[in-house]
Ligand binder design. Structure first.
Ligand code: PLP
Length: 389
């Protein structure tokens, strides 16, 4: 069986050492030493001054919205995980969906301005699959209309934009350290900001608003994380460079093997060190995608339709017609990608897909009649040494 993803598990004895230390200290949660150590190590790894470790990526979004004091309408993307929209609605704001770019699948900055009203307070965009949005264009619009910017960077651990962690952008960035993400703490997440006052506010909000044992300076919530999750994070952080390398090699192998497929891939932002968080394939038709999905399931290979359906069709939002997102979300499929996949797994997966595509195709002069899609989005097949995977 090949699932779409598998959580990384560190060596069990390394985790056990941390667990023994927790038993010795008997300090389980509430800003314990492992939580502090993880925050310090993450700041140093990511080369960022500020970050707060929180209980998950959804509460990270909620704290960001609350701390920025957002009200009214928030402009957002329909092409993301449901938590992006949920957190807006949960915080009593109205999501206003703007269609995505045909090539990057991120929110289309050219369409943002038309959606701004006097009620708009912010833009909440997702860097889909770890590929950064058009950050400069979004910031320019936000500055012109005095809007706040939040980035849902849940897919972005290890991604750099202009030589800085992508978490450094926006008024606040948030991420998730859920078990399915590139770097994980089982459950967990973080908020990032460059602004010390905002950081202080979010730190208070994370811990019920406690400002001293008997004082409360903010409306807060319980967004803390604990020693056990920090221990998993400390183990996994040591391995994360290797995990990122492996995903890059696997992705290149896929691109090469799928060269003949009638499909394309998201166009990666320039100025980028990419983390290869997912392997999305945009098929030319929904029919071909569905036939591939079925054929793969017959071989016990399980993919996911990330992201389908469009978030603008959720039952608790105002349904919005967004032709690009509607079309892309119907045709997209994420193929399996995780650190223990092998070349022969990829050979099997790609063979099944190509077999489905080529099955009905007319043969002309003894050759399959199809054109190889010109794919300027495909990085050069380099760096993959035979047997390196
Ligand atoms: C995973 C994810 C989240 C939610 O993170 P949790 O830690 O599971 O709460 C939010 N947004 C996006 C885009 C995600 O992929």
């Amino acid at each position: 069986m090949i699932p779409v993803t598998k959580p990384f598990l560190p060596k069990v004895h390394e985790f056990e050492e941390y667990i023994h230390s927790i038993w010795e200290r008997q300090w389980l949660t509430n800003n314990g030493p492992l939580v502090n150590e993880l925050e310090l190590k993450l700041k140093s790894y990511l080369e960022l001054k500020h970050l707060l470790f929180v209980s998950n990526g959804t509460i990270a979004l909620q704290i960001a919205i609350k701390a920025l004091g957002l009200t009214g309408e928030i402009i957002t993307t329909p092409f993301s995980f449901v938590a992006t929209t949920n957190s807006i609605v949960w915080e009593g704001c109205k999501p206003v969906f703007v269609d995505i770019d045909e090539e990057t699948f991120n929110i289309d900055p050219k369409k943002i301005e038309a959606a701004i009203t006097p009620q708009t307070s912010a833009i909440l965009a997702t860097h889909v699959y770890g590929n950064p949005c058009d950050i400069d264009a979004i910031q320019e619009i936000a500055d012109r209309y005095s809007l706040k910017v939040i980035y849902d960077a849940a897919h972005c651990f290890g991604t750099k934009y202009k030589n800085k962690s992508v978490f450094a952008y926006g008024d606040v960035s948030t991420t998730s350290f859920h078990a399915t993400k590139v770097f994980h703490t089982i459950e967990g997440g973080a908020v990032f900001t460059q602004c010390p006052e905002l950081l202080k506010k979010m730190a208070l909000m994370r811990n019920f608003g406690h400002d001293g044992p008997d004082e409360f300076s903010e409306l807060g919530i319980n967004g803390k994380n604990c020693e056990f999750h920090a221990a998993m994070g400390l183990c996994n952080l040591k391995e994360v460079d290797e995990i990122l390398d492996k995903r890059r090699l696997l992705s290149f192998y896929y691109w090469k093997a799928l060269g003949d497929l009638e499909a394309r891939y998201p166009k990666l932002n320039g100025n980028l060190d990419y983390n290869y968080a997912y392997f999305p394939v945009l098929f030319d038709s929904e029919d071909l995608m569905l036939r591939c999905l079925k054929a793969l399931e017959n071989e016990k290979i399980y993919c996911r339709r990330y992201f389908y359906p469009s978030l603008s069709e959720l039952p608790f939002v105002t349904s919005t017609y967004l032709p690009v997102c509607d079309s892309i979300s119907k045709r997209i499929l994420c193929l399996p990608l995780y650190h223990t996949l092998t070349c022969s797994d990829l050979d099997l997966i790609t063979r099944v897909i190509l077999r489905v595509q080529n099955y009905d195709r007319p043969v002309v002069n003894g050759k399959l009649n199809h054109t190889i899609p010109v794919n300027n989005l495909q990085p050069v097949f380099a760096g993959l040494q035979n047997g390196a995977i």
